[in-house]
Design a protein around this ligand. Structure first.
Ligand code: UDP
Length: 338
């Protein structure tokens, strides 16, 4: 890939918290392919051993099964690292509604513990802190730039617990970056999709792909007029790598995603078509899908000017190509099970 060498320092030591998860495992794959040493810590709550299985015989790869809240290897690992990706978090709207206490603890205390370790490490690694487009909140805008205002309901609705923890993480990161001169970039990730993502935490693309391959109804929530912009994880990790290595990005918050937009209804039709499936669409009310409290975001498209200016990043994966790849993998899985 163009620019690959310019992005690479050399034999970097890369620590990935949540590295057995969806995005974390792709970061591990990328850095191992670049010849770096990779250390993954993950409590396997939403991540899985299957995601890191392909790397386990690799001498450049290490794995610690531990919770970021209690891991006693944290200080050492942080002092070892040239680059840290902090991806460990409780994610997914359904999971957040089920267990808000775990969300608050892991997402905020875990991040603060990591930042404190970096500050005391006496070494200044490049750090990526994962945030989310959810922080823009219940906002009627059709697209979101980093300078936009955040709109959150004040009535203590747990649906927004995830957004609030990630916002707290952002402010923690900025505080440490400013006070101690740490090289931190906060990334707001917009609807990332790709291999290793699982549907049972409510994510739409893996759910639709699975349903289409099984010729079962695709569960479209609401009327399906809400829109999203999906970014292939193999593009996402390129953007994160470049941002971490860009001194102009340190201390900044940057949207990361793909700005091509599609309605959920059109997405459902596209998945059915690409999978040559006979699945019908099944429209389910938000109340039945998530319970009383749920407020969906109508549109969620990133403004990517800042990311482009800082890194020259352009996504390479088109949605239809990602879907074809995911459908192919799901079919192969179905064949293995049969
Ligand atoms: N969605 C859907 N069917 C599903 C899962 C999700 O229609 O089986 C909708 C959901 O209501 C939302 C969109 O798809 O409008 C994206 O949902 P996801 O949880 O993947 O991402 P997020 O809501 O965090 O953007």
């Amino acid at each position: 890939m163009a620019g690959e060498n310019s992005e690479k320092v050399h034999d970097m030591h890369v620590l990935i918290t949540g590295g057995a998860g969806f995005i974390g495992s792709h970061l591990a794959e990328r850095h191992l392919a670049l010849g770096d040493q990779v250390y993954v810590v993950d409590n396997l709550s939403t991540g899985s051993l299957a995601n890191i299985d392909p790397f386990r015989g690799n001498p450049a790869f290490r794995f610690a099964e531990a919770d970021i809240l209690h891991w006693n290897g944290l200080d050492k690992a942080v002092a070892w690292a040239d680059r840290i990706y902090h991806m460990a978090a409780v994610v997914g709207v359904k999971k957040v509604l089920e267990d808000p206490v775990a969300v608050m603890a892991t997402n905020m205390t875990g991040t603060e513990r990591l930042l404190r370790a970096i500050h005391h490490g006496g070494w200044n690694p490049q750090v990526i802190i994962a945030s989310t487009s959810e922080v823009y909140g219940f906002n009627a805008n059709s697209s979101f730039a980093e300078t936009d205002h955040i709109v959150l309901p004040s009535a203590g609705r747990l649906r927004w617990a995830y957004a609030v923890t990630k916002l707290a993480d952002e402010f923690l990161a900025f505080s440490y970056a400013r006070k101690y001169g740490l090289n931190i970039v906060v990334v707001r990730l917009f609807n990332t999709i790709g291999p290793n993502q699982v549907g049972h935490y409510g994510m739409v693309v893996p759910s639709f792909v699975k349903q289409a391959v099984a010729n079962e109804p695709l569960t479209v929530y609401g009327e399906g007029r809400q829109t999203r912009s999906f970014c292939d994880v193999r593009d996402t990790v390129v953007a994160l790598d470049r941002l971490a290595a860009s001194p102009e990005a340190w201390g900044e918050v940057v949207n990361v995603g793909n700005d091509q937009e599609i309605s959920i209804r059109d997405l459902a039709d596209l998945v059915v078509q690409r999978a040559r499936s006979t699945s019908p669409l099944q429209f389910i009310s938000y109340k039945d899908a998530y319970g009383e409290e749920f407020e969906d975001v109508t549109h969620r498209r990133p403004v990517l000017n800042k990311l482009r200016a800082l890194t020259g990043f352009e996504p390479e994966w088109r949605l239809s190509d990602t879907l074809d790849d995911l459908i192919e993998r799901e079919c192969a899985k179905a064949r293995r099970v049969a």
